[in-house]
Design a protein around this ligand. Structure first.
Ligand code: ADP
Ligand code: MG
Length: 242
């Protein structure tokens, strides 16, 4: 069996509530409202995943599925500089794909399973998991079909994570109706989209929210081995930090 490892978030406090970072061979989800740092975390971990294990990395390549068009190679270069990495090779180690729709998002997993077979990939980012599904199945009557397609995607995703010992980080949006009470409601009353299907697929779920001033707060919502603790972090030029 391949040895499981953890990839650092870039913030020591955030890492500490996760027991070191986000784990390989499993699916982790960070969700929260607009501008709380989901995309910045995705960029930061895409750099850190390439670092040596003793620096919180995974010593490997990264696959990045972008469904919102918010990936910025310039940010990768800035974060690489923080860690003393060469900007160009750091960018080249990230295999980027823009998912055009939910069908395409599923097809991308076929492409990735071929790429992952080489054994060099340690992180797969999906920013964000539900965007295409929400656009493609926006009608009331389409919810059941959406959840069925989503489930198909998540089953394949979880196989990929385990087969190739890859850390899967997916970001997720929250429902715009803060009043909705739910089993999955976060501390601020907001809940992630994707319903039970997504809730069951994520091994670790973390709520991100804005704190005081520039501070952001991460709170573990669901984890097999970590208590529900909070940590603060900030977003800097060099990515997520304390
Ligand atoms: P989300 O994906 O959750 O909507 P983002 O990850 O895009 O949010 O985070 C947006 C926040 O990151 C904004 O508040 C923005 O000011 C901040 N940010 C982006 N780039 C930088 C940077 N280079 N230095 C500091 N903060 C930044
Ligand atoms: Mg974003």
């Amino acid at each position: 069996r391949k040895k499981v490892f953890k990839i650092s978030t870039g913030s020591k406090q955030f890492d500490s509530i996760l027991g070191g970072g986000f784990q390989s061979s499993s699916i982790s989800e960070v969700y929260g409202e607009f501008r709380c740092g989901k995309t910045q975390l995705s960029h930061t971990m895409s750099v850190i995943a390439q670092l040596p294990k003793e620096m919180g990395g995974g010593e490997g390549k990264v696959a990045y599925i972008d469904t919102e068009g918010t990936f910025r190679p310039e940010r990768i270069a800035q974060i690489a500089e923080r860690y003393g990495l060469d900007a160009q090779s750091t960018q080249e180690n990230i295999s980027y794909a823009r998912a055009l729709n939910s069908e395409h998002q599923l097809e991308l997993l076929n492409t990735l399973s071929k790429e992952f077979a080489g054994g060099q990939y340690r992180l797969l980012v999906i920013d964000s998991i539900m965007n295409c599904f929400r656009v493609d199945f926006s009608g009331r009557g389409e919810l059941a079909e959406r959840q069925q397609k989503l489930n198909q995607f998540l089953i394949r995703l979880s196989h990929l994570a385990e087969e190739f010992n890859v850390c899967v980080l997916m970001t997720n949006q929250v429902q715009s109706d803060p009043g909705a009470s739910s089993l999955f409601a976060g501390a601020d009353g907001r809940k992630p989209v994707g319903g039970h299907v997504l809730a069951h697929a994520s091994t670790t779920r973390v709520l991100l929210r804005k704190g005081r001033g520039d501070e952001r707060v991460a709170k573990i919502q669901d984890s097999p081995d970590c208590p529900e603790r909070e940590a603060t972090y900030v977003i800097t030029n060099g990515g997520i930090n304390d």
